[in-house]
Every structure is written in C-alpha cells, then in structure tokens.
Ligand binder design. Structure first.
Ligand code: FES
Length: 370
C-alpha cells in the first residue's frame, strides 16, 4: 500500500522536535517481519517532526481495541540519529492483548495516537562518557539496546561495545543480520548470541544454554571495566544480576530496564480495572474529587488515586500502573499525596504540581484536574 507523505525538504531548517508528554499522531509507514513472532512497525509524524529522544526511551501508544481505549508503552528500537521516523519492535506475547492486536491489525497507512518520549534507561544519559559498554538483552529486551547501538554506529562514536543477546533458538534472534553487519563494519562493536537450544538450524555454532559466569568471562573478559545495560524479562535480569554479583562486579555500573510493559500491564489490569459499580465509594477514606468530570469518590490508603478512580468507573489513561511510564500524569489542584514513582515524572514537573495517580496515595482530601 502506498501512503501520501510530506517528505522532508533537506535544504530547509529542521522541523520542530518531538516533545515529551505532548500528544501526537503518527502514521505507520512500514512493517518488517523480524522473526516468526516479531515485527517492527515504522512510524512517521503527520506534522513535520524531528523525533528527538534518548536511545533507550519508550513511547506510549493509545489504541482503540474492541471499543476500549488502551495505552501501552513500547521501547523505541529506532535511533534518533535518523530523526524522520521512529520504530517499535514487538514480539507476540501469549495473551498479550496489545502486542497481538498490533501484529494482527495494524497496517501501513494507519494513524496511531502516541505520547512520547519517556523513560530514563539510556546509556546516552546515564553513562554518556563510559569508554566501554556491555549491552545484555533477552527476547524483545533487545530493542532499547539496539537503539543505543544504532546511535553509536551512526555517530561513529568508536565506543567499545559488547552486545550479548539471549534467545530461545537461532530463529528467535531479533536483528541477527544487522548485528552481524554492525560487528563487521564498526571497529569496537562485537556481538555474541546465546541460545537455549539449537533449534532446527544445524549451522548454528554459537553459545548454547543460559548466560553463566564462565560464559561472560569468555565473551567479555574485561566486563569489570564496562558499564552494563540490561533489558529483558524479569527472570533474565535476576539471573544476570546473580552472575555479576557472584563475580564481584561493582553494581553501581549496572543499569536495567526495570519491567516488561506487556507483562506488567496484564498484571496491573487485573488489579486496577474493577468494573464500575463494584466500587465501595462509601468506605471511609479521603475525598478524591475531579474538576472536569465532577466526580467525587472516596480513597482509603493504601489505595492509590488511580485505583480509586478506576473502581468508580472513571476512564483514566494509564499504562504501567507503577509510576514508570508517565501516562497517567495529572495536575494536583489541591491536597497532599505520598508519591513513590519509578522515574515516570521529572522533578521539574513535580515542582509544577504534577503527580502520577497510579503511585500516589492520599494524605489529605485531593482534587485532580481531570
Ligand atoms: S500509569 Fe504509568 S506512570 Fe502511571
């Protein structure tokens, strides 16, 4: 399918940059099948836009699935050094409402509402001057590390990068060919793959099993000199931490993407999306009022403001439900809350009176600008 696009005029000044926390609409302009269950979706802004972000950040999609508005965060696999498009690389997840919907329904030419970019997981902001990196990933956790690697390669930064990816089998290795090309063309970039099993690929001659201390010492003997960035399912990241700690690695040089959005969302939906009518709004607690919807509900600590709003049947944009993604960010009109966020809000936003209701518990009666 061919879509009508306004292509950039390269002789003109760059268009405006992508703004964190501002709604935008993007058009899907490409879909690539990466492996049997992984697709990359490429988007271009409808307004002329330069996609500015830190490699490793994520965007939030707002989708309409079966009449419901659903927000989901996906780490960008693209690189900001190619600022005219962004891409996400999505693996099917058993029971994953959004990932499977994207695979089965999103087409080239479709428009999607997005909010972006967010997130703190980036070697470009957390350790920009490290001379050596060790990027560790499993499954679709490869995406933020691929974004970082693509940016380094495009900038010819000449950083010493070891990119170690774990997959079920050789046919599950995402970006296999591009990783090989990067290793061939970029001095200082090396990649290695560890597969749980050889699968049907008889030519596979890489590492087999799971990442272990001897394997790490073989692949990156100087790992203690490296800044480590790790992303993957929670059990993988726990295993990585155990290996590094057993080797006496200084964990102040370890960074991880702390959650899998799809898994997290599935869990949070079960606990947060109580149907309207089930709420016990008569129970004791603080008064939670909303300026725009005229709704007043009760919120009894330790219940969060988001949980109380959802229990009362209010449609409230949210995604991670753990203070990480910033989707639920709301202005606090009055009152005091105890907020324990996970990086989804900046200090200057807090200073301006914004809060994340998903991780905020009331200390007084509260009024929100919703
Ligand atoms: S829903 Fe993600 S920060 Fe609140």
């Amino acid at each position: 399918m061919t879509t009508t696009l306004t292509l950039p005029d390269f002789s003109q000044a760059a268009p405006s940059a992508w703004q964190p926390g501002v709604d935008d609409t993007v058009k899907c302009v490409g879909i690539r099948q990466e492996t049997h269950d992984v697709k990359t979706f490429v988007f271009r802004s409808i307004e002329p836009r330069r996609f500015a972000y830190h490699p490793g950040q994520f965007l939030t999609l707002e989708l309409n699935i079966n009449g419901e508005t659903v927000n989901r965060c996906y780490t960008l696999s693209s690189t900001p050094t190619r600022p005219d498009t962004v891409s996400i690389t999505v693996k099917r997840v058993p029971g994953g409402v959004v990932s499977n919907w994207l695979h089965d329904n999103l087409k080239v030419g479709d428009d999607v509402s997005v909010l972006g970019p967010s997130g703190e997981f980036s070697s470009f902001s957390l350790a920009p001057n490290a001379p050596k990196y060790l990027y560790l990933s499993a499954g679709s956790g490869v995406t933020p590390l691929m974004s970082m690697s693509r940016a380094h390669v495009d900038m010819s930064s000449n950083r010493d990068i070891v990119f170690l990816h774990s997959a079920r089998s050789p046919s599950d290795v995402i970006f296999a060919r591009e990783l090989q090309a990067m290793s061939r063309h970029q001095p200082g970039f090396r990649h290695a793959v560890i597969c749980e099993r050889p699968g049907v690929d008889e030519d596979y001659a890489g590492y087999l099993g799971y990442l272990s201390a001897p394997m790490l010492e073989l692949i990156a003997p100087d790992y203690k000199e490296r800044e480590v960035f790790c992303c993957g399912p929670a059990p993988y990241m726990t295993a990585v931490k155990n290996v590094l700690q057993s080797l006496g690695f200084d964990m102040t040089h370890y960074h991880e993407e702390s959650f899998s959005f799809e898994t997290l969302n599935a869990a949070s939906e079960e606990t947060a999306d109580v149907p309207a009518g089930d709420a016990d709004s008569s129970s004791d607690g603080f008064k939670l009022s909303f300026t725009k919807s005229d709704l007043v509900v009760s919120c009894q600590p330790p219940k969060t403001l988001l949980a109380a709003a959802k229990e009362a049947g209010m449609r409230f944009p949210s995604s991670c439900s753990q203070g990480l993604c910033g989707t639920c960010k709301t202005k606090l009109v009055s009152g005091e809350v105890d907020m324990k966020h996970g990086g989804g809000i900046r200090q200057r936003e807090i200073d301006q009176g914004w809060i994340l209701p998903c991780c905020s518990i009331p200390k007084t009666d509260v009024v929100l600008d919703r």
